[in-house]
Design a protein around this ligand. Structure first.
Ligand SMILES: [Zn+2]
Length: 61
């Protein structure tokens, strides 16, 4: 019984296509208009990681 349970767990681990959906959110390299630093940003990020200025999605580097 115990062995069968283990196999089930392995199957569940190998079966992880759901996680792929999370990784679908890709970072976009955007150049800050203020400090000109290029950094990868997620779609929900709106502020520069270096100076805090607003970053614009159209500034894709
Ligand atoms: Zn900046």
């Amino acid at each position: 019984m115990k062995k069968l349970r283990q196999e089930e767990k392995i199957q569940a681990d190998g079966k992880n296509p759901d996680k792929h959906m999370d990784e679908h959110v890709e970072k976009v390299n955007i150049r800050c208009r203020k400090c000109f630093m290029v950094e990868g940003y997620f779609p929900d990020e709106t502020a520069c990681k270096h100076c805090g200025a607003i970053i614009y999605r159209i500034d894709v580097y």
